[in-house]
Design a protein around this ligand. Sequence first.
Ligand SMILES: Cc1cc2nc3c(=O)[nH]c(=O)nc-3n(C[C@H](O)[C@H](O)[C@H](O)COP(=O)(O)OP(=O)(O)OC[C@H]3O[C@@H](n4cnc5c(N)ncnc54)[C@H](O)[C@@H]3O)c2cc1C
Ligand SMILES: *[C@@H]1O[C@H](CO)[C@@H](O)[C@H](O)[C@H]1NC(C)=O
Ligand SMILES: *[C@@H]1O[C@H](CO)[C@@H](O)[C@H](O)[C@H]1NC(C)=O
Length: 535
Amino acid sequence: MWSLTSATLPLLLIFLLLVLMGASDPLQDTLLKCLSENSVLSPPISEITYFPSNPLFPSVLQSYIRNLRFNSTKTQKPLFIVTPIHVSHIQASIICCKKFDLELRIRSGGHDYDGLSYVSEVPFVIVDMFNLRSVEVNLEDESAWVESGATLGEVYYKIAEKSRVYGFPAGVCPTVGVGGHFSGGGYGNLMRKFGLSVDNVLDAIIVDANGRVLNRESMGENLFWAIRGGGGASFGIIVSWKIKLVPVSETVTVFRVEKTLEQGASEIVLQWQDVADKIHEDLFIRLVLMPVNKKGYKTIRAKFNALFLGNADQLFAIMNESFPKLGLERDQCIEMSWIDSILFWSNYPLGTKPDILLERIPKSEKFLKRKSDYVQQPISKEGFESIWKKMMELGKPGLTFNPYGGKMSEISETETPFPHRAGNMYKIQYSLSWKEEGEEVANRYLDLTRRLYDFMTPYVSNSPRSSYLNYRDVDIGTNGPGNAGYAEASVWGTKYFKGNFDRLVGIKTMVDPNNFFRYEQSIPSLAAWKGLMAE
Ligand SMILES: Cc1cc2nc3c(=O)[nH]c(=O)nc-3n(C[C@H](O)[C@H](O)[C@H](O)COP(=O)(O)OP(=O)(O)OC[C@H]3O[C@@H](n4cnc5c(N)ncnc54)[C@H](O)[C@@H]3O)c2cc1C
Ligand SMILES: *[C@@H]1O[C@H](CO)[C@@H](O)[C@H](O)[C@H]1NC(C)=O
Ligand SMILES: *[C@@H]1O[C@H](CO)[C@@H](O)[C@H](O)[C@H]1NC(C)=O
């Protein structure tokens, strides 16, 4: 918060008069002075810092708002935005925000489902990483250095540019940013074979609460553990990541098959549930369930999207053996390169050139709400019947099932902060995306999504009912005013991190005792909390 002492007040009044007389904004000048003093002279930080008075401010702010719910005139705007092109710009932002007691939000790709990378209720600043997006692939040691502002599409493109037989396990949507994605876990269709993005991170560069630039060795194994799934924004600004490339076959095979209830979807879903987490780890079959209106009746559409790291004959044999109910036909299996499978999974038409992965802005923008759950016990036939009924009654929210098993079950729960390993059959994403403007419609759709989530209670994990951090959901709890309470934070914290929450709190207390890096779902510092209690 701005601290206004009686000594500074008269000064402020004079400044205000100067502003009214057309002079430049004194607070802006004070902040810019601090930023300049703490960063390199060239390129000067003033050139990459945007105050609301700058005509470019709205477009810089809006460029990476990926959820239209937070693009309204009512959404709180930052005091200014820094768009670093040099690490000292990041250091200066941290030092000056600390000095002026401003909250700092860190944005890489802006895909946070609840907008926490660029919205706050208190005066705040955004450090926007989009200029720092280099991807340096090194085939010799099968690694790459990737800056946080890169998108997944850029990472995939740059790997494929060098080789057809390497890939990286990360998300399906190419515009997602590396900074949030990696620090929150990061999964995609290579997860059953290679685990999460964070299971394949070798090193990282972070700027901490004191403005120090640290790598894996100098940050130590505790902090390096925390930022691989614990959410980077509680610990510092992560500049870049060293990732381990993974081998992919020269030819992969994909399919996309849809079935409605009338076409036997119920039986097929039951068989999917039996096999999806146990089938060959080279095969990943995502299931997307949507209520749809046909002429005169309602039904459920089950869409099966697959990636197989092998050729069509091998895939067809596995499907015939383990998942015959889908009735997959040989000509539904399409062979292609791994990079083309990325385009296929993003719903681009066959034959689209990979260059499209370099486009950083999605084709269309929507209003979004997402929630998540984990299924650990098979849902019965009757269970699914009642879920179909509920989905058709609510009419809008869809469910996406992502199978686990394979490599995911081989990694221990404590290896990274991401705890959802062995014992989880699949993850559910609740999704509702809409295009209609207005608060009334938004509230109605948020309510529908929450009602489906409530309805699912008996079928999903409990104590804790767990959630995926990268499917940010403020409904499961926030830190509340003051942002420091352990008790409040452990409600949402144990859902995202289970037993790893306490280790994250310990590390936070060590590396950022004063809770500089804070937001609605940041890991609390026990030191800051005790300090607050003592006041
Ligand atoms: C269309 C869409 C598709 C998605 N698909 C997938 C998927 O297939 N798999 C999957 O796992 N997830 C998926 N997600 C979720 C996605 O992984 C998360 O939203 C992720 O956090 C986004 O990262 P970002 O950098 O784009 O987001 P941002 O909104 O920029 O950041 C998200 C969070 O990370 C913090 N953060 C960002 N950059 C840094 C940094 N450099 N240092 C420290 N903290 C930082 C932010 O402050 C914020 O708390 C999807 C999301 C969307 C909107
Ligand atoms: C966000 O809002 C601004 C104006 O408030 C508007 O011009 C812009 O088109 C909006 N963005 C999208 C993607 O709709
Ligand atoms: C499919 O499975 C059946 C029996 O399970 C077998 O007879 C048939 O040869 C298989 N087809 C292929 C193409 O593998």
